[in-house]
Design a protein around this ligand. Structure first.
Ligand SMILES: NC(=O)c1ccc[n+]([C@@H]2O[C@H](COP(=O)([O-])OP(=O)(O)OC[C@H]3O[C@@H](n4cnc5c(N)ncnc54)[C@H](OP(=O)(O)O)[C@@H]3O)[C@@H](O)[C@H]2O)c1
Length: 253
């Protein structure tokens, strides 16, 4: 059985990946949708041509991950693509933050993504793909978004290294690094009252980011960046000293 696995499939980019991959990938038997909210995933599943399997699970819960590991061992699927979208961000000053929520970001964005990748790898074959949702926040430290940006630097670094490690097996990893995307992400990110100043200028649609990401994954690119603003930001972070860029960013607040 050939399958696609998408985490964070109840909303935003994960749901969009499900809709687009449903049309793009052939010879797939099932699309497995993973998130905590079952009702929302069942709604996404209604729009899919492929058979969808809805797995309502918390990727940070060890018992749920153990059940998922057993499911893989029982079904022995070929995972043609894993898309790790589950994640969240929280803006605001670190010292005034809720530490459980800050640590929760590390649990979902880093630990669960790493564990999910590890559990799925034994079921991948030549030409399988992994798409990891990093962020343009990975390119530069982000005051008032400090832990989130650090988690995304982890995802970006991990994905690039893994891509090299897996080359001999012809399994390809793409780190997707969007700037602000119009999804429910900001309902959580901005709940502390802090807002992302550049959002108004740079916000893009989820379908545009996902279309680019799927194309980049098909072309075995290790990074996917959508849009002129974020491409410029990526280039600037490579050539301009971060000290100067961080100072300039203060004026955008
Ligand atoms: N939107 C942006 O501006 C933006 C920019 C750059 C990168 N990203 C990244 O893109 C990814 C997707 O974000 P999005 O914009 O699509 O936001 P979103 O609409 O809020 O989606 C986040 C998804 O993660 C799932 N999730 C969160 N915690 C989970 C947990 N413990 N277990 C299982 N699923 C969990 C949520 O599902 P449940 O609540 O149902 O569990 C939801 O489906 C994230 O990694 C985010 O950091 C987003």
């Amino acid at each position: 059985m050939n399958i696609i696995i998408i985490t964070g499939a109840s909303s935003g980019l994960g749901a969009e990946f499900a809709l687009q991959l449903d049309n793009v990938l052939h010879n797939i038997d099932e699309i497995w949708l993973i998130a905590r909210r079952k009702k929302e995933m069942l709604e996404v599943a209604q729009y899919l041509e492929h058979t969808a399997r809805v797995l309502d699970m918390d990727v940070t819960d060890e018992r749920h991950m153990e059940r998922f590991k057993k499911l893989l061992a029982d079904e022995k699927p070929v995972i043609r693509m894993l898309v790790n979208c589950a994640g969240y961000g929280l803006m605001g000053e670190f010292s005034a933050s809720n530490i459980s929520e800050e640590l929760g970001m590390i649990e979902v964005n880093c630990k669960a993504l790493t564990q999910m990748t590890y559990l799925c790898l034994p079921y991948m074959k030549k030409n399988s793909r992994i798409i990891q949702l990093a962020s343009s926040a990975a390119f530069l430290p982000q005051p008032d978004f400090a832990v989130y940006a650090a988690t995304k630097s982890y995802v970006y670094s991990f994905s690039r290294a893994l891509n090299r490690e897996l080359r001999p097996k012809k399994i390809y990893v793409t780190a997707v690094c969007p700037g602000p995307v119009d999804t429910p992400f900001f309902d959580i990110a901005e709940k502390t009252g802090s807002t992302l100043a550049v959002k108004k200028l740079t916000l893009v649609r989820a379908d545009q980011v996902v279309k680019r990401a799927i194309a980049d994954s098909c072309h075995k690119h290790e990074k996917s960046v959508y849009g002129a603003w974020i491409k410029s930001f990526d280039a600037a972070a490579k050539v301009i000293p971060h000290k100067a860029l961080l100072k300039a960013m203060q004026f955008l607040k």
